[in-house]
Design a protein around this ligand. Structure first.
Ligand SMILES: C[S@@+](CC[C@H](N)C(=O)[O-])C[C@H]1O[C@@H](n2cnc3c(N)ncnc32)[C@H](O)[C@@H]1O
Length: 463
C-alpha cells in the first residue's frame, strides 16, 4: 500500500534555499528545512544553497543542487574534468584539508553514536603529502554504449553506466596505455564486452596491480568464457608495455557483481608482483588482498606497531592477515605471530613471504578467523595481543567472543569501515576492554572512505 505523504515542509519540483550542515556517508550534503532532512549531492557543510526538491519520502527527501549562494571555505574546483559524473571520487570538490576534517568527524561521530564512547577525542587524520595517483590496483568495468562503442572506465555514481576517462587522478597513468591496448584488441577481433543484462559478451573487467617499489605490473582480463579469442595478439601487445611482468585471465561466468571468479590462468610472465612495506618484501598474487595505497600502508602498519607496544616476548594473533603483511611487519618485534586468513592463495603468499624475508617466528593458517582462533584457543593457544583487520562488514561475533574468553592484554582493531568497527568495539567495551586511542589514516584520498586503527586494552581490574 502506498503511504500518503502529507504536511511536509517541502513540495516536489519546487525550489528552496537552505543551509547544509553535514556530509553523509556518500559525500552528499545534508541539511534541514523546517526539521525535514534533505540530501543534496555536491553541496558542502556551511554552504547556503538553492536546491530543487526531486524526491520526497516520509522522513527525508533529495534535492538537486541548483546554485551555491554562499560557498564553504573548503570548496575547491575538482582537478578531474569528470569528477561529478564518475563514482570513483566523491570529494574532489572539498579541499584536502576539508577532507581530512570530514573523515576525523565521521570517525568521531560513529564512535560516539554506535560505539557509545563520548569522552575520547579521535586523533587528527594522518593524510598524504600528495593525495593523488596513489592507487596500486584498479578494476575497470568493460561495457558498450548504444552505438556499440567499447567503454572501459569507472561506474558513474550510483549506476552501472561506464564513464571513460583519459586521465584518472587517483590511479597510475600507465593504466591508460593498458586500456587502449585492450580496446584496440577487442575492436580488431570483434570481441564483445560483457552485457550484465543478457549475460552475453566476453570481457567483463580489466584488472591491474602495480608495485609501488619495483614498478612491476600485473594485468588481468576477467572473462565470461573459458578462453580469450586470439589471446596471443593481446599478450604480445600488453607485454610490450614497460614493466608488465605478468598477464592472466580470470574466468567468471557467474551472474554476479563480484568482479573476480575463483579461477586464474596465467597467460604470460610471473604469477605475482613484488612490493616492499618498510623493510619487508611481499609477493602478491592476483586473488590476494593487498592495501591499495602503499605510501599510507606503511604509516598504517607503523601505527599498529606503535599501539601494540611490543617488548619482544609477546605471542600475537593477526586475524584476517591477507598475505601476512601485518604479521611479517610485527614479527621482528615479538616472540611469535600467528596469522589466519580465509583465502588459500593469500596464505600461500604469506608462507612464501615469510621465506623470502627469512622470518621464522610466524605461522599461518587457512580458514575463517572466527573458527581457527576458537579452535586454537580450545587447544590452549592464547595470545597476548590480537590484531584484527576484517573486511567492511567487521568481525564475526564468534571471534569477539573468543577474544573475550582469551583475555589478551591488547586488541588492535584496523578498520576500513568505522561503523562496523564502532559496533564491535562496543561489544568489547561491555566485556572488560577500553579504547585507549583512535587513529584515522587517509588511505583513500578524494573518496569518502577512511581507515582507522584503534588501540584497545584490557581494563586492569578485570585481569
Ligand atoms: C581488510 S583485508 C586485511 C588484510 C591484511 N591485514 C592487510 O593489511 O593486507 C581483510 C582480509 O580478511 C579476509 N577475510 C574475510 N573474511 C574472513 C574470515 N572470516 N576469516 C579470515 N579472513 C577473512 C579477506 O580475504 C582479506 O584478505
Amino acid at each position: 500500500m502506498k503511504t500518503k505523504i502529507k504536511d511536509l515542509p517541502v513540495v516536489k519540483n519546487e525550489f528552496y534555499e537552505m543551509m547544509i550542515d553535514d556530509l553523509g556517508n556518500n559525500g552528499e550534503g545534508i541539511g534541514k528545512i523546517d526539521g525535514y532532512t534533505l540530501f543534496v549531492d555536491g553541496a558542502l557543510p556551511q554552504e547556503k544553497v538553492k536546491i530543487k526538491v526531486i524526491k520526497v519520502k516520509k522522513n527525508f527527501g533529495f534535492g538537486k543542487l541548483i546554485e551555491i549562494i554562499e560557498p564553504s571555505e573548503y570548496r575547491v574546483e575538482p582537478v578531474c574534468a569528470i569528477a561529478k559524473r564518475c563514482g570513483g571520487c566523491q570529494l574532489q570538490h572539498l579541499s584536502y584539508e576539508g577532507q581530512l576534517k570530514y573523515k576525523q568527524k565521521k570517525v568521531q561521530d560513529v564512535i560516539g553514536r554506535i560505539g557509545g564512547i563520548t569522552d575520547l577525542k579521535v586523533n587528527e587524520v594522518i593524510g598524504m603529502e600528495k593525495p593523488y595517483f596513489y592507487r596500486n590496483k584498479v578494476q575497470f568495468p568493460v561495457g558498450s554504449s548504444l552505438d556499440e562503442h567499447i567503454n572501459i572506465g569507472f561506474y558513474a555514481m550510483r549506476s552501472h553506466d561506464i564513464v571513460t576517462t583519459d586521465k584518472c587522478y587517483i590511479q597510475q597513468p600507465v593504466n591508460k596505455d593498458i586500456i587502449d591496448v585492450v580496446r584496440d584488441y577487442m575492436i580488431h577481433n570483434h570481441i564483445k564486452p560483457y552485457n550484465e543484462i543478457n549475460h552475453k559478451g566476453i570481457i567483463r573487467h580489466v584488472v591491474t596491480r602495480i608495485s609501488h617499489h619495483s614498478k612491476e605490473i600485473m594485468i588481468g582480463i576477467v572473462i565470461n568464457s573459458s578462453k580469450l579469442p586470439n589471446g596471443e595478439e593481446l599478450i604480445k601487445r600488453l607485454s610490450e608495455i614497460d614493466n608488465v611482468t605478468g598477464i592472466f585471465i580470470n574466468i567468471n561466468k557467474e551472474k554476479t557483481n563480484v568482479i573476480m571468479g575463483k579461477k586464474i590462468k596465467m597467460l604470460w610472465g610471473k604469477p605475482y608482483i613484488t612490493d616492499y612495506i618498510g623493510n619487508v618484501s611481499y609477493n602478491i598474487s592476483p586473488l590476494s588482498f593487498y592495501q591499495v595505497n602503499p605510501v599510507q600502508t606503511e604509516k598504517l602498519y607503523n601505527t599498529v606497531l606503535k599501539y601494540a607496544e611490543l617488548t619482544g616476548n609477546e605471542i600475537v594473533w593477526d586475524a584476517y592477515c591477507g598475505i601476512g603483511t601485518i604479521s611479517l611487519f610485527l614479527a621482528s618485534h615479538c616472540k611469535k605471530v600467528m596469522g589466519v586468513e580465509i583465502v588459500p592463495e593469500a596464505i600461500e603468499d604469506a608462507r612464501e613471504n615469510a621465506k623470502i624475508n627469512d622470518i621464522g617466528n610466524v605461522e599461518f593458517f587457512t580458514g575463517k578467523a572466527e573458527e581457527v582462533i576458537a579452535e586454537k584457543y580450545n587447544e590452549g593457544i592464547v595470545a597476548d595481543i590480537i590484531v584484527i583487520d576484517p573486511p567492511r562488514k567487521g568481525c564475526d561475533r564468534e571471534l569477539l567472543d573468543t577474544i573475550i574468553k582469551m583475555q589478551p592484554k591488547k586488541v588492535i582493531y584496523v578498520s576500513c569501515d568505522p561503523a562496523t568497527m564502532a559496533r564491535d568495539v562496543k561489544i568489547l567495551g561491555e566485556e572488560g576492554y577500553e579504547v585507549e586511542k583512535i587513529q584515522p589514516l587517509d588511505l583513500f584520498p578524494q573518496t569518502v572512505h577512511v581507515e582507522t586503527v584503534v588501540g584497545i586494552q584490557k581494563i586492569e581490574s578485570k585481569k
